[in-house]
Design a protein around this ligand. Structure first.
Ligand SMILES: CC(C)(COP(=O)(O)OP(=O)(O)OC[C@H]1O[C@@H](n2cnc3c(N)ncnc32)[C@H](O)[C@@H]1OP(=O)(O)O)[C@@H](O)C(=O)NCCC(=O)NCCS
Length: 218
């Protein structure tokens, strides 16, 4: 089976992906890629940096996997765009799931980045291009759609439905049976007791919808 992977990015998250894949997976990172306009150096950590526009000429999708674990800025729209571009170019994505995460047979999509100390309880499904940074509790019988970003130590109670591109700040707490709307920003420490509206920004205990839209804040 093919085990070689190209990582999208040349900043912190890509550097972390290199570390995790090297120390805790069967994959070997062979190169990095970003759009031509963002390339300053031709190497990163001693590996080639290839323009994304030309990636298929150097590392064809028939022979290499792609992994694009990006930050959630602009409410995950950039992550979504790059992920879809890679798919249109014909690449298959890997997912990284830490050996120190607790997984209970969950269905997990592609291009997911799931770090240490996450607990995924049974019967919860994870879509494509989802980031679970370290230490989240993802409760049972839930649905997490594509392009969602959890930072750290979020408690998502059982039976929640998180719609695509939602973003959770550290230590947010979500009541059971809650629906988190598409592209919602749940700020750090928010206590979400009711379902939230698409594209909105929530803060506080209990969490209240703020005047600004999510995209205006992050
Ligand atoms: C949503 C968020 C981005 C808002 O940040 P912001 O718009 O820059 O807010 P500011 O820092 O300008 O603060 C504005 C006011 O809101 C308050 N505030 C900021 N975040 C708050 C929060 N999560 N809960 C309650 N009050 C908050 C500030 O104390 C400040 O109050 P003041 O006007 O009385 O001084 C921020 O709360 C957040 O969640 N950040 C994410 C942190 C995180 O998870 N980091 C990990 C990233 S990997």
């Amino acid at each position: 089976m093919r085990k070689e992977v190209v990582v999208f990015g040349i900043k912190d998250t890509a550097e972390l992906a290199l570390w995790y894949l090297t120390h805790d997976s069967d994959f070997t990172v062979v190169a990095f890629t970003v759009h031509q306009a963002y390339i300053n150096e031709n190497t990163f950590h001693g590996l080639p940096v290839v323009p994304f526009e030309e990636l298929a000429n150097h590392f064809p999708p028939s022979d290499y996997f792609l992994f694009a674990p990006m930050t959630g800025v602009k409410m995950n729209t950039l992550r979504k765009e790059v992920y879809l571009q890679g798919k249109a170019m014909g690449y298959s994505y890997i997912s990284y799931v830490s050996s120190k995460a607790t997984i209970c047979g969950n269905q997990i999509g592609e291009n997911c980045f799931i770090l240490e100390d996450n607990t995924l309880q049974p019967y919860t499904t994870i879509g494509n291009n989802v980031v679970l940074w370290s230490g989240n509790h993802i409760g049972h019988h839930g649905v997490i759609e594509d392009h969602v970003f959890f930072t750290s130590h979020v408690v998502l109670s059982g039976h929640c439905h998180v719609k695509e591109r939602a973003w959770f700040g550290v230590n947010a707490t979500i009541r059971d049976y809650t629906v988190i709307g598409e592209g919602c920003l749940i700020s750090m420490g928010a206590l979400v007791t009711k379902s939230t509206e698409d594209g909105s920004f929530y803060m506080g205990c209990p969490a209240r919808k703020q005047d600004k839209l999510a995209i205006e804040v992050y």
